[in-house]
Write a protein that binds this ligand. Sequence first.
Ligand SMILES: Nc1ncnc2c1ncn2[C@@H]1O[C@H](COP(=O)(O)OP(=O)(O)OP(=O)(O)O)[C@@H](O)[C@H]1O
Ligand code: SF4
Ligand SMILES: [Mg+2]
Length: 326
Amino acid sequence: MLLNVENLNIHFKSDKSSTPIHAVRDLSFKINKGEMLGVVGESGSGKSITNLALLGLLPDSALVTAKNLDFEGKKLLSLNELEWCQVRGREIAMIFQDPMTALNPFLTVEFQIVETIKAHLNLSNKEAINKAIELLNFVGIPSPKDRLKAYPFELSGGMAQRVMIAMAISTDPKLLIADEPTTALDVTIQKQILNLLKVLQEKNNMSIILVTHDLGVVGEYSDRLQVMYAGEVVEEGFTTEILKNPNHPYTEALLASRPGASAHLKRIPKTLLPSISGIVPAFHQRPLGCQFHPRCSYKTHECEQSIIELKDFVRCIHPCNQLSLK
Ligand SMILES: Nc1ncnc2c1ncn2[C@@H]1O[C@H](COP(=O)(O)OP(=O)(O)OP(=O)(O)O)[C@@H](O)[C@H]1O
Ligand code: SF4
Ligand SMILES: [Mg+2]
């Protein structure tokens, strides 16, 4: 196992209240070597802050606790800044959603890639430039030598994202976190970038966390899937299983809101394109009991009474496939 996260909690200090905001609650998951984990969930469900916690990049206002946060046996929560430098960008790398804001607009591609390479690998300037050319070539950038001289504004969105990927993989990380890496790109480029990630996963036996809003993307690319809602994992398991037989009403509703996708979902009306009514609860208005109950069509009195624990990979007391085993 590469990464083991057990009972991760993230609180933020709040100016408005003396009680800290509980943003991520008791999140547990594991990632094996060479595996791609898809993460989906509505905006604000805690996907990005979980990833930032894995890289030790949350602001000082965040309090991160966990029973275990182990990366290859290293206790991430006990690392000092020097030790973090060995892990962050070297063993765990991240691709951000918007390459145009993640790249420095005042520096050439060459400077940015070569600096990253030299910060982590013991290479001369010339060797680092050669490696940068090799990487740009690998991620499909034509005339890579010329492109090194370009500034980010001279690149298309797809090219800038490829540069980000080249930087992220320049140190052969064991875990690559891709937080909505293709949201800003058109569909053709999106496919090329995701195919590239798949190649990397297979070629380098790299593990990938792929955060996306697109269930089609997780269905095509990820091995396992984690569905998040309001700072909690509500369902997890093999992607194909979940997409075929969702167990949590939120997953079922997410799937049903895709055009033409609800045909196999037993409880969803076939005539409409269903949508999930209501919104994710704000931190200061968290309901008692199941966090999804104000929006759930299957709720009972019991759902509103106490915290619902994750059991058999689903956080629901009336799961859709009570008899199915994952
Ligand atoms: N520095 C912070 N201080 C207080 N709250 C924060 C801070 N950073 C994030 N949050 C809150 O934590 C929650 C989870 O945020 P996060 O960015 O992880 O959501 P997300 O699932 O990645 O959403 P999206 O799909 O929109 O990217 C949000 O409601 C956000 O407002
Ligand atoms: S616990 Fe109850 S309210 Fe929550 S998802 Fe399950 S059925 Fe719906
Ligand atoms: Mg996010």
